[in-house]
Write a protein that binds this ligand. Structure first.
Ligand code: FAD
Ligand code: MLT
Ligand code: ZN
Length: 485
């Protein structure tokens, strides 16, 4: 059970990080105490910004002694309130942004070792400068940090080929809740020495320790790219296209993203610089990218042949291949701005679901019918990482409903019913109610409802063993007995 920090304790914490390393006024701490989606506004006793692993260890050791709760924070871009303190004003935010050194790039071993506070964009740039590729790619990459990516096990647009963040990690350095340092930073591909304890911290959302460094896996840099927008009639056609594309081109199929027409319309309406790729609109588009560490003989010509055959067989409705890097960027600009376009349209009820890819069509058909029966005029904006079976199956209010209006409130009042229907269907089809955005504080109840009870008990036992005082991000991910009081 965590305690309120005394004034003396706050002074001791400030002294550890020095004058440049803390914020404490309500005004200064407020932005750190609010989540990206503005679902939660907490209150922090202090924001600490250590600039070394030793400082992190000293802070955690003291908080452990005095039973002060710590909320780790990276770029604060996550969607489930995992990095936001509660409203008590007792919790300390530990922000990693000043811990941002590149420790080593080993191009021959295809590894790089970074501090947890490096942004994802910086990590990608560092890899690029060494003629290597770090494939994790998210719309938030300018702000989110490697520590946050590891702690949420982030996904994004290259999972189809490279897996999630968990698959990109070779080694980890973690400050445990008692202040001791777990040093597992070896960049080894093979290391069967007992339990792989670093896995515990990946996707743990800061509930088991503070990640301070990571050794990440790199890949060869691509020289040949092929990016295309393909028009199709529905999600079932996207799934079938993906299947044929993969048999034809193998593992160089890197990204496969689904954009229903409504997402495209919202982009045209709200995002400056988006232009329609086709003269007419289609029910849906797929953004597909192949990347090869080339030269891949006549990649574009082979894709053109493939798409020509797809069109001749009426599997696809139209296609356009990017002819330059700026056209490629314009296609990705569209994809990456869907969340913003939907936000600008108004409130939305978000679902981050994954299913077996073969079940996506059935899911979309049935979920659409369920939502229509609850909110007939609501607009479903179901887009995303179809190549991973992951859809952001979001629901926008009926057209014309303005922000903060009574009609919007009436729409949002339906959220629990809509979400229950969607998540129950996902469970029935063998899917997950949280594909890549995690649990945070938003989905603790959903985890309790849908998770295998044996797995849930195991999670609680792990938490109790690693963090018996429950000082690491209490109230997030799992319900812990002392969270209830
Ligand atoms: P934060 O939000 O700061 O923290 C996330 C969680 O990790 C919290 O529980 C926090 O306590 C914990 N944490 C942070 N740092 C540490 C650390 N060093 N040690 C221990 N715990 C820590 N996510 C996807 O998966 N795929 C996407 O495609 C995607 N696209 C996005 C697009 C946009 C425009 C935005 C705004 C977000 C998107 N996200 C996406 C969500 C988000 O960017 C990711 O979840 C990201 O990994 C969060 O990183 P962060 O540094 O912002 O973490
Ligand atoms: C995305 O893929 O764009 C994000 O994960 C979803 C979002 O930002 O809403
Ligand atoms: Zn996503």
């Amino acid at each position: 059970m965590s305690e309120a920090p005394s004034a003396q304790m706050l002074d001791a914490l400030k002294a550890i990080v020095g004058d440049a390393g803390w914020l404490c006024s309500a005004e200064d701490t407020a932005p750190f105490s609010r989540d990206f989606r503005q679902l939660y506004q907490g209150r922090a006793a202090l924001v600490l910004r250590p600039n070394s692993v030793q400082q992190v260890m000293a802070v955690v050791t003291l908080c452990h002694q005095e039973s002060i709760a710590i909320v780790p924070q990276g770029g604060n871009t996550s969607y489930c309130g995992g990095a936001t303190p509660d409203a008590s004003g007792h919790q300390v935010i530990l922000c990693l942004s000043r811990l941002a050194r590149v420790r080593e790039v080993d191009a021959q071993s295809y590894t790089m070792t970074l501090d947890a506070g490096c942004t994802l964009q910086r990590a990608r740039e560092v890899a690029h400068a060494a003629h290597r590729h770090f494939p994790l790619s998210l719309g938030s990459e300018g702000s989110c940090q490697i520590g946050g990516n590891l702690s949420t096990n982030a996904g994004g647009t290259a999972v189809l080929r490279y897996g999630m963040m968990r698959d990109l990690v070779l080694g980890l350095e973690v400050v445990l809740p008692d202040g001791s340092l777990l040093n597992q930073l070896k960049g080894l591909r093979k290391d069967n020495t007992g339990y792989d304890v670093k896995q515990l911290f990946l996707g743990a959302e800061g509930t088991l320790g503070i990640i301070t460094g990571a050794c990440l896996k790199l890949s060869p840099q691509a020289t040949d790219y092929m990016t295309a927008l393909v028009a199709i009639d529905h999600i079932g056609s996207a799934v079938a296209l993906l299947s044929r594309l993969r048999s034809h081109f193998g593992e160089i199929v890197e990204r496969f993203e689904y954009l229903p027409d409504i997402a495209h319309q919202l982009l045209l309406q709200h995002i400056a610089g988006v232009t329609p790729p086709f003269a007419t609109s289609y029910p849906a588009l797929v953004l597909v990218e192949l990347q090869a560490p080339g030269p891949w003989p006549e990649l574009t010509a082979r894709v053109e042949d493939f798409l020509g055959a797809e069109a001749a067989a009426s599997h696809i409705l139209n296609a356009v291949i990017a002819k330059s890097f700026s056209e490629r960027d314009a296609f990705w600009f569209m994809r990456e701005h869907i969340p913003e376009a939907q936000t600008r349209e108004g409130a939305s009820i978000k679902h981050d679901v994954s299913l077996p890819i073969s079940a996506l069509h059935d899911f979309v058909t049935r979920a659409t019918a369920l939502i229509s029966s609850i909110a007939p005029e609501a607009r479903i904006v179901g887009y995303g990482h179809v190549g991973d079976g992951n859809l952001h199956f979001n629901v926008s209010p009926p057209a014309g409903v303005t922000r903060d209006s009574p009609n919007e409130a009436a729409f949002l009042a339906l959220a629990p019913t809509i979400t229950r229907a969607v998540h129950d269907l996902v469970a029935e089809l063998g899917g997950s109610f949280s594909a890549e955005h995690g649990i945070g504080q938003l989905k603790v109840g959903e985890l309790t409802r849908y998770e295998d009870p044996v797995a849930l008990t195991l999670m609680q036992r792990i938490k109790a063993a690693v963090d018996p005082k429950n000082i690491m991000n209490p109230g997030k991910v799992i319900q812990y007995p002392s969270d209830k009081s």
